[in-house]
Design a protein around this ligand. Sequence first.
Ligand code: UD1
Ligand code: MG
Length: 463
Amino acid sequence: MSNRYAVVLAAGQGTRMKSKLHKVLHPVCGKPMVQHVLDTLAAMNVHDVVVVVGHDAETVKSTLGEGITYALQEKQLGTAHAVQQAQPFLKDKHGTTLILYGDVPLLTPETLTALIDHHHAQGAAATVMTAHLADPTGYGRIVRDEAGEVLRIVEHKDASETERKIQEINTGIYCFDNEKMWGVLAQVGNDNVQGEYYLTDCIELLRQAGEKVTAFILAEPAEASGVNDRVQLAEVEAYMRRRICERHMRNGVTIVDPAHTYIDSDVTIGADTIIHPGTYLRGRTQIGADCVIGPQADLTDVVIADKVSLSYAVIKGSQVETEAVVGPYAQVRPGSRIGSKVKVGNFVELKNADVGAGSKIPHLSYVGDAEIGESVNIGCGTITVNYDGAVKHKTIVEDHAFIGCNSNLIAPIRVGKHAYVAAGSTVNQDVPADALAIARERQVNKLGYANKLPRKQGKQQEN
Ligand code: UD1
Ligand code: MG
């Protein structure tokens, strides 16, 4: 396999996005669109990647991080000029160079590998990826000679009436023999309607130099869709979302309604898990096998083991272990661990809480900055009072403890093993193991009092 290089063009402004954020940083299925391009290249073992940045270069660089070579195109003088900025990094290398756009995120490693294979099989100096479109308006057109060989590419704005009828378009994706590419790039001028240095001119220049130029026709043109505005952003996202769902379904995941399931590209899901509609699986979320997720689950960077069941839940930065049940209507905030067979029920909020195996927090509780042991029962309406206005304090409830309904546990506090807290208590001192803490007013029954009340004597007051 010859060496592979890539130049990713990402200098253009993207005016039509009407955004403060650089176009290539707009997320598609949870990742900046240009990151998809870089991930695709990484999956193909293309390691010499140069990203050409221009507008808002610093933000693009800081978002994508190190480990990538950046070339700065100070003024956007055209696609050929953009590629030329990468020359210092790739100039004398022997091999094949892919040209990609940072705003064309749907191409797969399989498609790009097929492009390179075709290029090598044809012994070409350049291969342009083309597509047949019913409406080719705006794109560069592929002009072929009588023998059907690619002759040149003409931009829409420069094309004659006849040329505009050509339906085979330039997707803007190419692969070149690296050394030959730099050779012809130096000859590209800007004598055209837009006064730009067109990369497309390389095709004709190579032909004139007697080199072989071929086209690789994309079977599914949508894969080369670019994003110029937010309508296209939504279209590209919908396409990628469907593709992600299909991948999981083929791997044995049931997705009840893929049109209403939103899975980021790096999420993993085990077989026989069922995903119900209205579910968002974001970031680095990992889901085990045999789970039932949703309806309406919104999970970000969550690690879920097998046989977990959750619905109507928002969970972030947490871990859920086997056979746990979460929701309906629960919120789990970052830093939490929900142990095996735990039940977190309706209207429960956890934050930075570690809940041991078999414990139950079935209803209406806030458990924050807490360590809950195993087989603990947290009664309905229990609140960990973790914040004194300045500092967050920790609540520890040890194994098998029982917290009665509507209790306040004022942290820092520890409830020992097998201890009880009576319902309605507000406890602010540690409860020893096996003890019962009651911290509430004693009940007083005033016998016969009801009969003294005016309404009981039929003297109900008028309003
Ligand atoms: C280009 C092709 C056209 C093709 C189309 C496919 C040329 C001359 N034309 O046209 O044949 O059909 O793509 O979408 O190449 N960029 C820079 N610096 C620049 C100019 C562009 O980085 O100076 C980047 C843009 O940010 C963008 C990409 O290159 O990601 C393509 O540029 P764009 O202006 O959209 O090219 P088109 O005119 O659409
Ligand atoms: Mg474009």
